[in-house]
Design a protein around this ligand. Structure first.
Ligand SMILES: Cc1cc2nc3c(=O)[nH]c(=O)nc-3n(C[C@H](O)[C@H](O)[C@H](O)COP(=O)(O)OP(=O)(O)OC[C@H]3O[C@@H](n4cnc5c(N)ncnc54)[C@H](O)[C@@H]3O)c2cc1C
Length: 467
């Protein structure tokens, strides 16, 4: 069994960036991936076009128990540095309203470029190897796969993703491994997913796309607002604005709270402006009934439900409409309330919310603050981004940072030569007695940095708590 400097469990966006950066720095690296190929999920991103990042990144684009954690990490390997990295591996990119895609508009270009870079750096990639157990034996991490093969390294990076779309590989195994090493994991729920309603009327809107504003209410109070193209489906709502609010809705529904969504179908106008418009149109189109009038403003399929909700007959003639009825109609169209009773499962969501608690991870290195030389990167961590390239950016950044932090184990070759790999049998004891001066110095340096980072992290957390 070869003993690597770094072993990365999971060949997704985060794991691949870790592997590339660590190998660039001269470390021996292996990637262990349970699927037949690496980068399966990257291929599915941006409808196959790979929305790889976004030119505008704000703290609000990330969620988790401590979104500032993501923002701090993102400063260490920024969007610019990410794009420079991709250019350095031959990916020319383009931008659409801030959303960044490879110029080829094919996610396959991104995966191929990463694969070729890994090959050029001599990273060993083991596919079709599902890690089922991970142990630290002395100073060495040893994992075993379903095929009963064992891999070992001085540092281990857990890059197994979350639980979103297990068919693409991420089935939540990373959380189990983290817990086994004493890490806390928050409740994990689907995020960026469709929301289910019990409103019978809107199910008749299946297939309609409407631009509008959307607000998520928990126990009657607005917790988040979004706008964009809402897609109506046979279960409820989908599309980017619904995805953006979904992580709040799913978390709250899990806690048994009351969740509703209000949709504003005429966001461009204030209530008074809309009322005036309706009055003006009613006066000049006296020959129309109210359904015909509204069909000049909204998609045909929407209108009967608006009128039903406002308790107004479709055949009511415009000139017969009272001011009270007009007011009610305008209010309903701008505040269309639908109860949310469920959400799409992990099988259909794009990312999940929740994961390994960030206060147990060093924000300068992504190293565990509990277990030395253990790292967590990407979606397995309690950070999720909104739609628009933010999740991949988190994966690239956290992966790169870990790859930049793992240290070369200068004694690896000699230890490997020990008969029957004594190190793995006797663990720490053997390792302690066999260390040369050079390794000792490096080890101390690493420990100092980790201690310093731990201190920094504690101070930052204390300052934040004070605030
Ligand atoms: C349909 C879809 C579209 C998306 N579109 C976008 C987009 O356009 N832009 C964006 O920013 N984000 C998008 N996302 C989200 C983004 O793809 C993820 O957040 C990101 O890929 C997570 O990267 P990761 O490396 O942490 O995890 P993953 O990409 O999930 O990689 C984890 C890897 O670990 C492997 N693994 C897991 N367990 C084991 C084990 N026990 N043993 C061995 N290997 C294991 C998995 O097979 C997988 O290859 C999309 C997601 C989906 C599902």
């Amino acid at each position: 069994m070869k003993l690597y400097d770094s072993m990365i469990i999971g060949g997704g966006a985060a794991g691949l960036l870790t592997a590339i950066r660590a190998a660039e720095r001269g470390l021996s690296v292996c990637v262990i991936e349970q699927m037949a190929k690496i980068g399966k999920k990257i291929l599915a991103t941006g409808n196959g076009r790979c929305n790889m990042t976004n030119l505008s990144i704000k703290e609000q684009d990330y969620r988790g128990d401590d979104p500032q954690f993501a923002y701090d990490v993102l400063k260490k390997f920024s969007v610019k540095e990410t794009l420079d990295f991709f250019e350095s591996i031959g990916i020319v990119w383009k931008e659409e309203n801030g959303y960044v895609y490879p110029r080829s508009e094919q996610a396959t270009s991104v995966v191929s470029a990463l694969e070729l870079k890994l090959q050029s750096l001599g990273v060993d990639i083991f596919c079709d190897q599902k890690v089922i157990s991970l142990q630290k034996e002395g100073d060495v991490f040893v994992c075993e796969t379903e095929k009963k093969e064992r891999f070992s390294a001085y540092q281990c990076v857990i890059a197994t993703g979350g639980k979103a779309q297990p068919k693409l590989g991420s089935d939540g195994k990373g959380y189990e491994l983290a817990k086994q090493f004493g890490h806390s994991v928050t409740v994990v729920v689907p995020a960026l997913t469709g929301l289910h309603t019990s409103h019978k009327g809107i199910k008749q809107w299946a297939g309609v796309r409407a631009k509008g504003g959307i607000s998520c209410l928990v126990d009657g109070a607005v917790v988040m607002e979004e706008e964009g193209e809402i897609q109506f489906t046979n279960y409820g709502i989908s599309g980017v604005p619904a995805f953006q609010i979904s992580r709040y809705a799913t978390k709250m529904l899990q806690k048994g709270r009351k969740v509703e969504v209000t949709i504003n179908f005429y966001r461009e106008k204030s209530f008074v402006e809309f009322l005036n418009l309706l009055e003006k149109l009613s006066n000049c189109c006296t020959y129309k009934n109210i359904r015909e009038l509204l069909e000049g403003i909204f998609s045909k399929k929407l209108v009967p439900i608006f009128l039903q909700e406002a308790n107004i007959k479709e055949t009511l003639h415009c000139k017969e409409m009272t001011k009270e009825q007009r007011k009610r109609l305008c209010f309903i169209i701008q505040n269309f309330k639908i109860p949310i009773v469920g959400f799409n499962s992990f099988e259909q969501c794009q990312v999940c919310a929740g994961g390994v608690v960030t206060k147990e991870i060093c924000r300068d290195t992504m190293e565990s603050l509990k277990i030395k030389n253990l790292y967590f990167v990407g979606e397995v961590v309690d950070i999720d981004g909104t739609c628009g390239g933010y999740n991949l950016q988190w994966a690239w950044t956290s992966g790169y940072l870990a790859g930049n932090s793992v240290q070369k184990y200068t004694r690896s070759d000699r230890i490997k030569e020990q008969p029957n790999n004594v190190l793995l049998k006797t663990g720490k004891q053997h390792y302690e007695t066999a260390k040369p001066k050079q390794f000792e110095r490096k080890k101390k340096q690493t420990e100092k940095t980790i201690e310093k980072n731990r201190g920094k992290d504690k101070r930052k957390t204390a300052r934040r708590k004070k605030k």
